[in-house]
Design a binder for this molecule. Structure first.
Ligand code: GLA
Length: 448
């Protein structure tokens, strides 16, 4: 297997505390985030300042309660007050699946399920983390960051520390308590939320320069190269830059982004099939390889194509017969049409056309099921059950697939029907009790 397929895990990382890293000065790079998509509008958030928009303190009472709980646990464990409590959200993707690693478009939402860290700096270079959800602790030295093969959950924090130090940031040691309510393994990106909350905690405590976009890229790198999961940029990006009451339209090539207002009359409802995503890593890498193969062939006829994002629907129609392997043709078709659906979806939301938006969600699901082949019976049953309910505009699988969650856009007055009927139909068909979450679109990472 090629490194790329395994995740670009760097074989130089040693297992647990063996090896030391160089340290240096603040590099403080900045990255402008001007918007370059169709429907170009001035992006208020797109200034090249380091933290383009200070996220106001959240009014969400749930976060206040979670914050006081984690503060209290910090005091019990370490004594004293934490210097900061940071919250980073999980995410649900409304549309644009498997497009991020094809340089395409995505439309995710940062949700009101989060990872919280209460932390205080230490005088030395030790990092002590208590993970309340696992009832476990780790301790490691910033001078000697290795992978932990026993408490693998800590590799996300270790990876972030590793790459912050690699940028030349000299981090202080940390006492930290971590807790969350993003369900693990259900495709709502708890791991991205852990990475982003960790990076932001150090940003708050050590006050080095790093834009939110850079923070997202650094966290993606930690996941790709340290943890060894070959994900795209979507999850970390929206956890860092999401906006309350908005979805985020992201161009995964340029990393330009634009907030798209969500309709107040409808809710984003996530239904967890409770099927854990067994095949996801190997199949994800296979899909990536198939997309690369499609690009390689299409480049013979369309030399300007660098990624499937560069192929229009019209070009695909004209050239699809050149893709002789049906599987590769299907994968390309999904990505190329999905990119178009994302742009149409953002336009539909802006125009308040929820029926059109829902229709695009349904088409996305069909394409993921039939062309990209990343759905599963549980996801299909859940999405179909949702669509039968009056007031459901659309429903689809969300995230990498092979289990996890569906996302539906549901008129507010239909939410109770959704909860009752979708759960009943799904349980009847599968014998599994699903979890249903009505999500609020929240801000990206912030201090509480
Ligand atoms: C996972 C990855 C993302 C993205 C989705 C599929 O969530 O982490 O980068 O590729 O799958 O859209």
């Amino acid at each position: 297997m090629r490194d790329e397929e395994r995740g670009m895990r760097n074989p130089n990382f040693k297992v647990q505390n063996s090896g030391s890293l160089g340290i240096g000065v603040n590099s403080g790079l900045e990255s402008p985030t001007c918007w370059g998509l169709p429907h170009r509008t001035p992006n208020k958030l797109g200034s090249p300042t380091l933290w383009p928009r200070e996220i106001p303190k959240s009014q969400n009472s749930k976060f206040k309660a979670q914050s006081s709980n984690v503060r209290q646990r910090f005091a019990e464990i370490f004594g004293g007050e934490p210097a900061a409590v940071v919250r980073a959200p999980g995410r649900v993707n409304l549309i644009g699946e498997h497009t991020d690693y094809n340089d395409g478009y995505v439309l995710p939402v940062a949700i009101d399920r989060s990872i919280l860290i209460a932390a205080a700096p230490r005088d030395d270079r030790q990092v002590v983390i208590h993970a309340l959800d696992f009832g476990e602790s780790v301790m490691f030295s910033l001078d000697d960051i290795g992978r932990d093969q026993a408490k693998t959950w800590s590799n996300y924090q270790r990876g972030v520390a590793y790459f912050l130090e690699e940028r030349g940031v000299r981090l202080p040691g940390l006492n930290a308590v971590v807790v969350g309510d993003v369900p693990i393994g259900s495709g709502l990106s708890s791991s991205a939320a852990v990475e982003v909350s960790t990076a932001y905690t150090w940003h708050v405590l050590a006050d080095f320069k790093l834009s939110r976009v850079e923070l997202a890229l650094l966290c993606q790198r930690a996941e790709n190269e340290f943890v060894g999961i070959n994900c795209g940029i979507m999850d970390q990006f929206v956890s860092a830059l999401g906006q309350r009451d908005h979805a985020l339209l992201i161009d995964c090539r340029s990393l330009d982004y634009q907030p798209v207002p969500l309709p107040p009359e409808a809710a984003v409802v996530v239904a967890d099939t409770m099927k854990r995503r067994g095949l996801v890593d190997s199949e994800y890498n296979t899909r990536r390889r198939e997309c690369r193969e499609g690009v390689r062939i299409l480049q013979r006829y369309l030399p300007q194509v660098q990624a499937l994002r560069d192929v229009s629907v019209a070009q695909f129609k004209a050239q699809s017969s050149k893709l002789k392997v049906q599987r590769v043709r299907q994968r390309c078709r999904h990505i190329i049409y999905e990119n178009e659906r994302v742009l149409k979806s953002a336009a539909a939301l802006r125009a308040g056309d929820l029926d059109a938006f829902g229709q695009l969600m349904n088409e996305s699901h069909a394409s993921l099921r039939d062309d990209y082949e990343v759905s599963c019976p549980e996801l299909d049953i859940m999405a179909e059950a949702a669509r039968k309910i009056d007031g459901v505009y659309g429903s689809r699988m969300t995230g990498a697939g092979f289990g996890g969650c569906t996302v539906s856009l549901v008129a507010n007055e239909a939410i109770e029907d959704f909860r009752g009927q979708v759960a009943a139909v799904y349980e009847e068909a599968t014998g599994i009790v699903p979890q249903i979450y009505v999500c609020r679109a929240e801000d990206g990472v912030s201090k509480l």
